[in-house]
Design a protein. Sequence first.
Length: 107
Amino acid sequence: MKFISRSEEFVLLAVLYLQEEAYGVAIRNQLRKMTGQSWAFGAVFVTLNRLEKKKMLESKLADPTPRRGGKSKRIYTLTAEGLEELSRIRKIQQAAWKSVAVSNPQR
């Protein structure tokens, strides 16, 4: 069984949350909200590219807008494989946490 990394999981979750607004800057901002940590643009885009290669994300260029000086945004969407992977990870994590005592152990 091969797992995706935690950062890949968070990026997939951010794309799922953002839906049609899932583009680089918005994904980075959502990651910051979700984790409370700052994410470098490079780290976000490397992860997005890796997830596309793994067929968990797809991307397309949106129509150019005057607000962006005629530039297009690259919009990311979750594939069926990506959604399935998130579901699988969630089930595994829930099962793992059930088997662990959550209280603070006395040492």
